[in-house]
Structure formats: structure tokens, C-alpha cells
Design a protein. Structure first.
Length: 465
């Protein structure tokens, strides 16, 4: 498998090179040259596998320049850190199925990919005798999951930017209480979009990127998306068998388009057996406006109860544009240049119809989020975190004969304030979160200024001897 840039400015790369590259040098995102389609024989072979075995088989399709024995070890090591034997169990609750993605070390779906990516980075760097400085931005969960994936790893340092005061207290504690010497937490006085823009600007400075060996851990890194494909296939196999259904729908709370883009690829691989994906947003609804009206235009970020989705510029959206535009990199490049200048994109009626064959979408208010947490608990006894509640609320708008699978992207204990507002009590605290507030913390507060971040990296980055 070779990999290309959405903007067409690189020669095809093997998988391992794309992992270390992160963002393509031409500013585009890396995509596979083809999306594998699973045959009927493949589906029969994969259906009964354990999560680890399924992940290994999926990764083999995309990472064919890794030795199979090493890939097997990486998969086993990565998922040994999860507390549930199924890794991402699927449970029926009321009228929907819940795909629980919060059984990893930081209790969020990002662990599924970042435990693997941290081990993969270490393996590749040690094999090559190289170093890397990971640079990423987080709206909440990516930061802690990336830090837990990389902490203590050899030949790696990590710099994570988060918007100061705009992530949940638990999310902030999970990041800032990791004091390993290779971990640097930077709280920026701005929004997540400011953090993300600074990361992209620094990656776009190719001389700076090369000098400090910058690597990406955000969902701009292809390996993140690849790892997330697995749980869509896993859930499809289990729910379709349990329900005796050929097709299912998935509801995905999303702000950055990475998780749902993995679902789009899984849909392609399954030959459309995921009938459509429900794209659920909070009041930061740029993606819902795109699906429903073809309106992809930036507005002010609204702080909400689901802070990981408080995003206006969705990093992974460019990957979907690549396929929407018929894999035409020149058109993607022109569109992204125009978007940078105007803050909006326009689409033809035929393009909007094609989008709506892939997605349905709804935007969920904070009031509706709290109502959903309360009503779902009263109906099923199951506590939703506010992000998952957004996905469940949107799913209930599009229920029909096909089974509906809702992605539970975080443990409710990560958002006790929202749960308490809805239910009148806080969710039970799992072991992973106990005592966080008593631990030492390490964080640096900086202005949302690329020059300030650049100086900090220059002063603290690993250097290649």
C-alpha cells in the first residue's frame, strides 16, 4: 500500500514513512492510494475474530511494509492496557446499541489509536536510530491519550497544546499530572482552533519541522484513522449478527471529522453495509450545516458541555473532500486555499446529494444534551457522557428498521459537572481517575502566539546527535 497527499504534492510513500511524516510537506493530509474492499470470503473470515486479531488483519492491509511479527507484537502490547477483554464492547441499551470506546488508560476513544501509535513510533525510531518531537493540539481527550501513549517512550518527546480553561477539569488533570521528562503540556490563552492553527503553521515551516524532527499524533496522522476503522468493523460484525441484519447505521459525535472519517472508510470497505453515518454535532455545527445545506463556513466557537467538539475548522474534513472531489488533488488544493482566505466553501447540488448518501446529520443543543443524559438514564439506567449524549440524541432522530450503533467516546466520569447537572449526582469514579487532583502537575501557560510556542520547542526539544 502506498500513500498520497490530498493536495498531490508528494511522491507515493510507504506506510512507515507516512507515520513519521504526519502532515504532508505540501500541507495536505495523507490518504491511501486505494481503499480495500472486503469480499464475502473476507467478511466470513473476519467476523468471529477477537478485537486484537481483527486489528492485526486490518492493519496488515494498510501497513504492509511492517514485518508481520513486529506488527503482531505492537497490536498485542497496545491493547493489553485496556480493562475490558473485548477492548471496545458493544451493549444494547434501550433502542440503540452503545459501542464503548472508553476502556483504555485515559477513558476516551482516542486510546484505541494512540496506544498503538505510541508503540509504533517507539519501534520505528529505535529501529532507525532516530528521535522525534511530537507536536499536537487537543480539545480535550487527544492530549491525555497521546501523552499516555508516549510517556516514558524512548527517543520521543511530546508537546501538547490545549486551550487554557476550555477543557474539562478532569481532562486538564489527566494531561498536567503526567510529569515524565519527555512530556510538555502547553496551555494556550485561546481556543482549540487557535491551538490547531499554530500546530499546522509550525508543521508548514518545513525547515523548522526537519530541524526538530516534528511528528504528528493528532488525527492528521494516518495511523490514527487506520486504527479507528477497526472498531467500526468489530461493532458491525457483532450487531449485524445479533440483530440478523445486513445493514446498520452508526451515530458519531464529532467536531474534527477524524472519528467519523474512519467510519466512512469502514463503510467503503464493507461495501455500503453501513447504510449511513449519523454525524452529530453540538452547537458548533459547521459539519451539520455542510451535510444538510452545503454550508461549510466558519463561525465563532461556542463553549459547550461537550468541549472536545467545540471546533469550527475540522482537520480531517480535507480527507473527505478528496473523495468527494473524485480524488482530484488540484481541486482539493484550490478549495483549501480558498477556505483559508474566505473561511467558507461552496458545493454543487449534486455534491450535496452525494454527501447525503454518506451522512445524515443533526446539531444538538446543551439543553438537549442534558435532557438526553437524564432521559436515557431513566429509561435504561445507563449514564452517558455529554459527547455520547450528543450522538445518542442525533441517533434518535434517525431511528428506523436498521440497528443503530452509537459511539460512546468517553467515560461519563470525565465530565462529572455535566452529568451532575442532568442527574443530580456525579457518576462513580473509576480507578484511573482516583487521586488525580492530589498528584503533582506540570504545565506552562503561553499566549496563543506561534512565536511563543516555537521558542518553547526550540528550548526543550530532543536534539539529534
Amino acid at each position: 500500500m502506498r500513500y498520497l497527499s490530498t493536495r498531490g504534492g508528494i511522491s507515493p510513500l510507504p506506510f512507515t514513512a507516512t507515520v513519521l511524516e504526519g502532515l504532508a510537506p505540501d500541507g495536505g493530509l495523507i490518504v491511501p492510494e486505494k481503499i480495500p474492499e472486503l469480499s464475502e470470503a473476507d467478511l466470513r473470515r473476519l467476523r468471529g475474530l477477537s478485537y486484537q486479531d481483527l486489528a492485526y488483519e486490518v492493519f496488515r492491509l494498510f501497513a504492509d511494509d511492517l514485518p508481520e511479527s513486529e506488527l503482531r507484537l505492537l497490536v498485542d502490547r497496545s491493547y493489553a492496557t485496556f480493562t475490558h477483554p473485548d477492548i471496545t464492547p458493544v451493549v444494547k441499551k434501550g433502542r440503540v446499541w452503545i459501542l464503548e470506546l472508553f476502556h483504555g488508560p485515559t477513558l476516551a476513544f482516542k486510546d484505541v489509536a494512540l496506544q498503538f501509535l505510541g508503540n509504533l513510533f517507539e519501534y520505528l525510531l529505535l529501529t532507525r536510530g532516530e528521535y522525534m518531537n511530537i507536536l499536537g493540539a487537543t480539545s480535550g481527550d487527544t492530549g491525555s491519550a497521546a501523552i499516555y501513549g508516549v510517556r516514558g517512550k524512548r527517543n520521543l518527546a511530546i508537546f501538547i497544546l490545549h486551550p487554557h480553561g476550555r477543557v474539562s477539569p478532569v481532562q486538564a488533570l489527566q494531561m498536567t499530572t503526567v510529569t515524565d521528562p519527555n512530556v510538555f503540556n502547553l496551555a494556550l490563552e485561546g481556543t482549540f482552533d487557535d491551538c490547531q492553527a499554530i500546530v499546522k503553521q509550525l508543521f508548514g515551516d518545513l525547515e523548522f519541522k526537519r530541524r526538530y524532527r516534528l511528528g504528528a499524533v493528532n488525527s492528521i496522522n494516518w495511523a490514527r484513522v487506520m486504527a479507528q476503522i477497526v472498531y467500526y468493523l468489530w461493532a458491525y460484525f457483532r450487531v449485524s449478527e445479533a440483530e440478523g441484519a445486513e445493514e446498520v447505521r452508526f451515530s458519531v459525535p464529532t467536531g474534527n471529522f477524524g472519528d467519523i472519517f474512519a467510519g466512512y472508510l469502514a463503510r467503503r470497505m464493507l461495501g455500503g453495509r453501513i447504510e449511513r453515518l449519523i454525524l452529530a454535532t453540538n452547537e458548533n455545527d459547521i459539519l451539520t450545516r455542510f451535510v444538510n445545506r452545503g454550508d461549510y463556513s466558519v463561525r465563532e466557537v461556542i463553549p459547550t458541555l461537550s468541549p472536545s467538539m467545540d471546533i469550527q475548522v475540522a482537520s480531517n474534513f480535507e480527507r473527505y473532500l478528496y473523495y468527494l472531489f473524485g480524488e482530484d488533488p488540484e481541486r482539493v488544493r484550490e478549495a483549501m486555499v480558498r477556505f483559508a482566505e474566505e473561511g467558507r466553501l461552496r458545493f454543487s447540488e449534486e455534491e450535496i446529494r452525494r454527501v447525503q448518501r454518506d451522512f445524515l446529520s443533526a446539531s444538538v443543543t446543551q439543553k438537549e444534551t442534558l435532557e438526553t443524559i437524564r432521559d436515557f438514564y431513566q429509561e435504561t439506567g445507563y449514564i452517558l457522557d455529554p459527547h455520547t449524549a450528543v450522538g445518542v440524541r442525533a441517533a434518535l432522530e434517525f431511528l428506523e428498521a436498521r440497528p443503530m450503533i452509537c459511539l460512546a467516546t468517553a467515560h461519563p466520569a470525565k465530565f462529572p459537572e455535566a452529568v451532575s447537572r442532568a442527574l443530580g449526582f456525579e457518576p462513580p469514579i473509576p480507578e484511573a481517575l482516583k487521586g488525580l487532583s492530589e498528584r503533582p502537575r506540570r504545565v506552562v501557560i503561553l499566549p496563543a502566539d506561534p512565536a511563543a510556542v516555537r521558542r518553547f520547542i526550540e528550548e526543550n526539544a530532543l536534539q539529534i546527535s
